[in-house]
Design a protein around this ligand. Structure first.
Ligand code: 5GP
Ligand code: 5GP
Length: 237
């Protein structure tokens, strides 16, 4: 067994709001399959450790030790605690034919918005290599699991039911967004925000916590410094 494989506590199913990916200073590009629907799209299904509260793959337990001197710094580095496993098997790249029957669904639900290439397959390959190889699942199983989880709830519909509709001038209470998703899915999510080109805070990604079997949504236990404010926007797409 490769170190790190299947050694984790829960998954994050991360979905991105395309309006908030596209209206930043960097902008976005549509995939070769065309403009995605105005729905949240999958970013990834990420194995995570429960013990870690930092927002990075690695947490230096005692930062004071690092600034303290060379020997101490080495000790501190050795005591680095991983927040999540990644890149668990370099010899297991995504093989497109393994997920051939899922491509249409993936194009609709997991589209790339990056301008690096119009090919969503490259985004899926990247996510498989970085996160999927740590999931303990096979390639087909991993992508099918992410699609199944996403299909269970439409985040855009949940927000619309709570009166949170995409708008270029309205802003919404972050708590009402969290409550709406928790109420409809039965599990408290984490929320991440970013800034639009004029610096306004907007909902960017929703992190839903999923048990190790990748089947059951659970409350997210780790608070996340998601760069949100009390009120956030949800831009149109
Ligand atoms: P960012 O710095 O944009 O928040 O995250 C960059 C990348 O780090 C993400 O695309 C993802 O691959 C990884 N990452 C960020 N936060 C988490 C997390 O909480 N868990 C896991 N497993 N990966 C994360
Ligand atoms: P992460 O490391 O955050 O899991 O993955 C982000 C990487 O995937 C970045 O290198 C980014 O260029 C690429 N990528 C391709 N398409 C997308 C997309 O639609 N959204 C995000 N967040 N990253 C994308």
């Amino acid at each position: 067994l490769v170190a790190g494989v299947a050694d984790f506590d829960f998954f994050y199913l991360v979905q991105q709001w395309p309006g908030s990916f596209c209206d930043t200073q960097t902008g976005c590009c549509f995939p070769d399959t065309g403009k995605p629907a105005p729905e949240f799209g999958i970013h990834g299904l990420w194995p995570n450790y429960a013990k870690c509260r930092a927002a990075g793959p690695e947490l230096v337990e005692d930062v004071a030790m690092v600034v303290d001197g060379t020997t101490a710094a080495v000790d501190a580095v050795e005591r680095r605690q991983k927040c999540w496993p990644e890149n668990c098997d370099d010899r297991n790249p995504l093989k497109p034919w393994e997920i051939k029957d899922l491509v249409a669904e993936l194009d609709a639900n997991w589209p790339t918005l990056s301008c690096k290439s119009g090919r969503s397959m490259e985004f899926w390959s990247y996510e498989w290599k970085k996160h999927g190889t740590c999931s303990g699942m096979g390639q087909h199983e991993y992508f099918a699991a992410a699609l199944e989880l996403k299909k269970r709830h439409s985040l855009a519909a949940i927000l619309a039911d709570a009166g949170v509709v995409p708008s270029d001038n309205e802003s919404y209470f972050l708590s009402s967004i969290r409550d709406a998703i928790a109420g409809a899915t039965g599990a408290v999510p984490n929320l991440e925000c970013n800034r639009d080109a004029s610096g306004e805070t907007q909902l960017f990604q929703v992190y839903q916590c999923v048990d190790r079997s990748a089947k059951k949504l659970v409350d997210c236990q780790l608070p996340m410094q998601g760069k949100c404010r009390d009120r956030v926007k949800l831009p149109t797409f």
